[in-house]
Design a protein around this ligand. Structure first.
Ligand code: NAI
Length: 460
């Protein structure tokens, strides 16, 4: 029996990256995964397949709308099974790539579902493994909605919505969050009628309100219908389709909505069941998240946890940062995550990207701040490409240091990186504004927004 320094449970972006980094640091490491392929939700049924489908659907939509460029194409047709096969190949190649990285770095891949019978022990089937440290990286799963039974055929989570073999006539998405908007846009571009039903009176909670409004306007222009302020109470089969029952929030009014398929995207919850945490005495908070200290150690010495199953944003890149920091500390090195500068990106068209504080958050905290904004309509590159929707918004403190940045616009997910780096380095709007930006480029909007915060925008 091999005695490990570290056993990682879960091979999602948090777990597999932690395992590789631990092996690089000289820890004898194993990673246990029950799914049958490596990469977790993100690679198998999340970030990667959704981006593959977003790209395919964007190309389909673009080809259908090239006439404004003076280009006409013949009739554009869609082979959904070929589109799905491309997505599946991308996922397959990437998950196999992790197996290769495990071999290269000497990480033992153990297949099966793990439990922790005691500190220092991991049980996988009839195998009992021992380790000095155990790292739980079991991720998250879709939050169920009471009254709505998911069958992944008609009523779907993101997993089912990524695998549809036919285009639904009318897809109703419950939840105007990241998943709902990304997958809603995939199917809208592929020709479905898509209605997004949201409990709140706005989309994308957590994102700066002004930027979320710009995103809603742009997504509406691209065909998504929004019904805000509605709490979905139930979905039932009716007349060969589905019937949603919804309550108008704050009003004594019940409405209904027909659908062919329903996507439930109301958030995700941590996966911790079946590990034996109760018996071990590992503390879990009210939301089911595992409580950890600054070194990611749980309430039980030698057992650590990272990623979606601990408090914080449920994002693959945050899980990776957690994992690397955790094992670097385990190996006696300095590990660190700056949670104030974790970016979030919604890969719709236009993209929505954000980092740091929102204007609402700064107002609530009573912090003195200034705002700089620049609309892509005034950016020459955006005018050339026709990607003029949206704006860059930066929020800076009285000393000019950037406290938050929010972008709605094409390539926003790439543009935000500059502002993340600026915040990480404690840069001011003046410093970003004085940085030479290539022309013509979308990134000039970042510079102009910083100039605007100083009252010196040139093109606004
Ligand atoms: P979310 O938390 O982003 O949005 C859920 C939405 O559902 C909220 O707007 C909420 O108000 C609404 N809602 C809740 N109950 C409702 C009801 N009964 N009726 C109508 N609306 C209701 O959750 P989502 O989109 O499921 O994403 C889950 C997680 O996955 C998020 O933490 C997200 O960050 C992550 N993710 C990240 C991606 C990315 O980084 N690009 C892509 C996909 C997911």
């Amino acid at each position: 029996m091999t005695a490990y320094d570290l056993i990682v449970i879960g091979a999602g972006p948090g777990g597999y990256v932690a395992a590789i980094r631990a092996a690089q640091l000289g820890l004898k490491t194993a990673c246990v995964e029950g799914r049958g392929s490596l990469g977790g939700t993100c690679l198998n049924v999340g970030c990667i397949p959704s981006k593959a489908m977003l790209t395919s659907s964007a190309k389909y939509a673009e080809l259908s709308h090239l006439s404004s460029h003076g280009i006409s194409v013949g009739e554009v047709s869609l082979d959904l099974s070929a589109l799905q096969a491309r997505k599946d190949k991308i996922v397959g190649d990437l998950t196999k790539g992790i197996a290769f990285l495990f071999k290269k770095n000497g990480v033992d891949h153990i297949e099966g579902w793990a439990t922790i019978p005691a500190p220092g022990q991991v049980q996988v089937g009839d195998q009992t493994l021992t380790a000095k440290s155990i790292l739980i990286a079991t991720g998250s799963e879709p939050t169920p909605l009471p009254g709505v039974d998911v069958d992944e055929v008609d009523v779907l989570t993101s997993t089912g919505a990524l695998a549809l073999e036919d285009r639904p006539e009318h897809l109703v998405v419950i939840g105007a969050g990241v998943i709902g908007l990304e997958l809603g846009q995939v199917w809208a571009r592929l020709g479905s009628k898509v209605t997004v039903v949201e409990y709140l009176d706005r989309i994308l909670p957590g994102i700066d309100g002004e930027i979320a409004k710009l995103a809603q306007r742009a997504l509406s222009k691209r065909g998504l219908k929004f019904q805000l302020g509605r709490a979905v109470k139930g979905v039932e089969k009716a007349g060969g389709g589905l019937l949603l029952t919804m309550e108008r929030v704050g009003k004594d009014k019940v409405e209904s909505l027909d659908a062919d398929k329903v996507l439930v995207a109301i958030g995700r919850r941590p996966v911790t069941r079946g590990l034996g945490l109760d018996d071990l005495g590992v503390s879990v908070n009210d939301g089911g998240f595992i409580e950890v200290d600054a070194s990611f150690q749980t309430s039980v010495p030698g057992i650590y946890a990272i990623g979606d199953c601990v408090p914080g944003p449920m994002l693959a890149h945050k899980a990776e940062e957690d994992g690397v920091a955790c094992v670097e500390m385990l190996a006696g090195e300095y590990g660190h995550v700056d949670y104030d500068t974790v970016p979030g990106v919604v890969y719709t068209d236009p993209e929505v990207a954000s980092v740091g504080q929102t204007e609402e958050g700064l107002k609530d905290a009573g912090v003195e701040y200034r705002v700089g904004k620049f609309a892509f309509m005034a950016n020459s590159r955006a005018r050339s490409t026709g990607e003029t929707d949206g704006a860059v918004k930066v929020l800076a403190g009285a000393d000019g240091k950037i406290l938050g940045a929010h972008i709605c616009g094409a390539h926003g997910g790439d543009l935000i990186a500059e502002l993340v780096l600026a915040m990480t380095k404690g840069a001011t709007v003046e410093e970003v504004a004085r940085t030479c930006h290539a022309h013509p480029a979308m990134g000039e909007a970042v510079k102009e927004a910083c100039l605007d915060a100083l009252g010196r925008a040139i093109h606004a």
